[in-house]
Ligand binder design. Structure first.
Ligand code: DHB
Ligand code: FE
Length: 300
């Protein structure tokens, strides 16, 4: 075997590849962003919520990746009823915060990773998932609030971010099982990228909440905590939960939780590897009309 071939296929080859170091899960309630922007994080209502993310920010300082693959849903900010991609990957060099009605949030623009994003698009589409490729994308609270929760409020975000949008707003939305399988395809895509990047995958949205109709304000702590237990311990079984159960038990917007299954599907244990290490678990009610859940898992 020549030296070149050895470099391509030998034992050291994996050192030259991207790898998923961890998955992070968090709700993305817009009122959390407003509390940050309006300087209310020390108020009694908000303090316990932000305290739950202090260990996360510390962990992030110690485990900062090169790139975050951030699964979220646009809330009629960049996509409206005129265009509804089920899955969309942001391949641009940068993404500005969008105007959700009060002007764009005063947070840094997101710097993308066009080369890795294009590689993931290529790989995942060849694994038979239809992705929409987006270069013109403004990011909303679904993406910016998790960034604040994990990184605080820096001048510039300390990592590159690949935004990955999932339609959980307008039916038909993808099933948990499809999202879980997509996460597996995304892991294969990331790990076949030929540069030694540390990549985290985040799943955002949820937990139980319903914003409209007679059940507005619904919160289901028991169901949410069971979801967290099962996401950790039996994600393949959890992926079989039907849309109707999410909506019945976690409210109409609780369906956002299918996005967490994309991040969980990208952990190695789903493909026969060792179980991830749970580094942090936090649950808090309420934040505005929503239950807030948060997990950090290191990939092994
Ligand atoms: C609200 C909006 C969201 O997108 C969400 O995930 C949770 C709460 C809200 O408007 O309160
Ligand atoms: Fe949301």
């Amino acid at each position: 075997m020549g030296e070149h071939a050895a470099r391509q296929t030998g034992a050291g080859a994996s050192e030259g590849h991207a790898r998923i170091t961890a998955s992070v899960y968090t709700s993305h309630v817009p009122a959390i962003g407003a509390a940050i922007d309006l300087g209310k994080t020390e108020e009694p209502y908000w303090k316990p919520l932000f305290a739950g993310y202090e260990p996360s920010k510390q962990w992030m300082r110690e485990n900062k990746p090169d790139v975050v693959f951030l699964v979220y849903n646009d809330h009629a900010t960049s996509f409206d009823l005129g265009m509804i991609p089920t899955f969309a990957i942001g391949t641009a060099a940068e993404f500005e915060p969008g105007d959700e009605g009060y002007g764009p949030r005063p947070v840094p623009k997101v710097i993308g990773h066009p080369e890795l994003a294009s590689h993931i698009a290529q790989s995942v589409i060849q694994q038979d998932f239809d992705l929409t490729i987006v270069n013109d994308l403004k990011v909303d609270h679904g993406l910016t609030v998790p960034m604040n929760l994990l990184f605080g409020s820096p001048e510039a975000w300390p990592v590159k971010v690949i935004p990955f949008h999932v339609n959980v707003v307008q039916y038909p939305v993808p099933s948990g099982a499809r999202c879980f399988a997509l996460g597996q395809a995304i892991r294969r895509a990331i790990e076949s990228y030929d540069a030694p990047l540390k990549v985290q995958i985040w799943g955002t949205g949820g937990m139980s909440h319903q914003l409209q109709g007679p059940r507005a304000g619904l919160i289901n702590k028991e169901w949410d905590n069971k979801f967290l237990d099962r996401l950790i311990a039996e994600p393949a079984e959890l992926a079989k939960v039907s849309h109707i159960e999410y909506v019945r038990e976690a409210g109409s917007e609780g369906i956002e939780l299918v996005m967490w299954l994309i991040a969980r599907g990208a952990m190695s244990d789903v493909d026969g590897g060792p179980a991830p290490t749970l580094k942090h678990r936090f649950f808090h009610v309420p934040a505005s009309n929503t239950a807030v859940g948060h997990l950090i898992m290191e990939n092994n």
